[in-house]
Design a protein around this ligand. Structure first.
Ligand code: FES
Ligand SMILES: [Fe+2]
Length: 421
């Protein structure tokens, strides 16, 4: 058995959201509600250095580490409906072409012609005609598996070996119907990277969920200002007075810190047996449990995916750094297959309700960005219930390599003993 196969067997045998785990998670929520202060084992956290949000050199280090050296979400299989369907993603700073092959396999390549570097796909979403992609500059033609099929005037090239001139591959692996890419040949497999967070999705039909909706928002703020909002429930009371705060009890939020920077916060519903009125009549995902019904389990897949799973579907917020002070946010919805035709009209209200919460979430992004660029921003003191943010920063430093970070910008590792397997 290969190492990869052995690892997969080992991962598969570890518990996901089984009954024992559900009971344990629920008990932790109850304990949080009763708590009067942080546990005595919780350390005082040093402030997060202000420069981590404002320093251009640090931003470049983190963008390289997160977007080019690690696994990142690229899209959903519904965005590649037929042979030859493709899209181009640019979040890493390099154009990556993701395409469905004649064998139905989804692959990724740099969208860079092997002749003189022109983009092979000239649009960001499309379908390759005649199962091939032809570069518009001189006509080099590639098959859907990236191999070079033909070169015009090939008699003029001395010793050109077409077999060595295929498009350069980017690693591409799937979690259910979710496509991830990685530009780093030395990175672990996606399975290993997603451990243990993906274990807690295993009871859900990830390979049957459809892409229901995709909304793109651009924001004037550093992407960590946007991301960190989704790593705590402390802001519910003021930012979501009429929405989330009325439904969920943030005093019961329990936090789970996992390896590889992944984490989760579980916030209980205020009322027992509460059902989101906007979901009545919608099908529930097969396998949904009381964790999703009686709480809001909001997972963070490092570095930038937020998944607050509900019984009727999975909303997902993906947060992308465009520049030091500019961020793109994708708001996505995944839900059980409705069997063709237009989506259920109930989705319009569901999406609008979630968009309202998202709009509340981003209210402070541009104002915060303006104020953190002032000398008044000295650093970030984080509370016990904001510890997912500190955990995220610890992982970032690991990914960058601590020696590459200026000493005054480093985050001191503090939470190692609180990380669960
Ligand atoms: S750059 Fe693509 S064919 Fe010349
Ligand atoms: Fe929020």
């Amino acid at each position: 058995m290969t190492l990869q196969a052995r690892t997969q067997v080992k991962l598969a045998s570890r518990p996901g959201l089984d009954e024992t785990t559900i009971n344990e998670w629920q008990a932790r929520v109850d304990a949080e509600r009763e708590r009067k202060e942080p546990p005595t084992s919780f350390p005082k956290l040093p402030d997060i250095p202000a420069g981590r949000y404002t320093d251009p050199a640090f931003f470049e280090l983190e963008r390289q580490a997160l977007m080019k050296r690690g696994w990142i979400y690229a899209g959903h299989v519904d965005e590649l409906p037929e042979i030859g369907s493709f899209f181009v993603r640019r979040q890493s700073g390099s154009p990556v072409l993701v395409i469905r092959g004649e064998d139905q396999i989804i692959r990724a390549f740099y969208n860079t012609c092997r002749h003189r570097g022109a983009p092979v796909a000239r649009v960001d979403v499309g379908c390759a005609a005649r199962n091939s992609l032809t570069c518009g500059y001189h006509g080099w033609t590639y098959r859907l598996d990236g191999t070079l099929a033909s070169v015009p005037d090939s008699r003029d090239f001395a010793g050109l070996d077409l077999s060595c001139r295929g498009l350069v591959t980017v690693r591409c692996e799937l979690l259910g119907n979710f496509i991830f890419v990685c530009e780093n040949a030395d990175a672990e497999s996606l399975d290993i990277f997603l451990e243990p967070v993906a274990r807690y999705f295993r009871h859900l039909p990830l390979d049957e969920l459809r892409l229901v909706h995709r909304r793109i928002i651009e924001l004037d703020g550093n992407y960590k200002v946007v991301l960190e909002n989704f790593l705590e429930a402390y802001h519910f009371r003021l930012l979501h007075q009429q929405t989330t705060h009325r439904v969920f009890d943030a005093t019961g939020t329990s936090v789970h810190l996992w390896q590889n920077g992944h984490s989760m916060m579980l916030t209980p519903n205020r009322r027992a047996n509460w059902v989101d009125p906007g979901t009545i009549g919608m099908p529930e995902m097969a396998g949904a449990t009381t964790i999703e019904r009686d709480n809001n389990p909001s997972y963070s897949v490092f570095p930038n995916l937020i998944l607050p799973i509900a019984p009727s579907g999975i909303p997902c917020v993906a947060i992308w750094p465009l520049s030091l002070g500019r961020t793109q946010m994708e708001v996505l919805w995944f839900a059980p297959d409705w069997g063709g035709g237009p989506r259920d009209p109930l989705w319009e209200m569901r999406i609008a309700n979630f968009d309202r919460i998202i709009d509340e979430d981003v209210t402070f992004v541009a104002p915060i960005q303006a104020s953190i660029c002032s000398p008044g921003f000295k650093g970030v003191p984080l509370s016990y219930q904001e510890r997912r943010i500190y955990h995220w920063h610890e992982e970032l430093d690991q990914r960058i390599g601590i020696d590459r970070i200026a000493e005054q910008l480093r985050v001191k590792p503090m939470l190692g003993t609180l990380i669960e397997n």
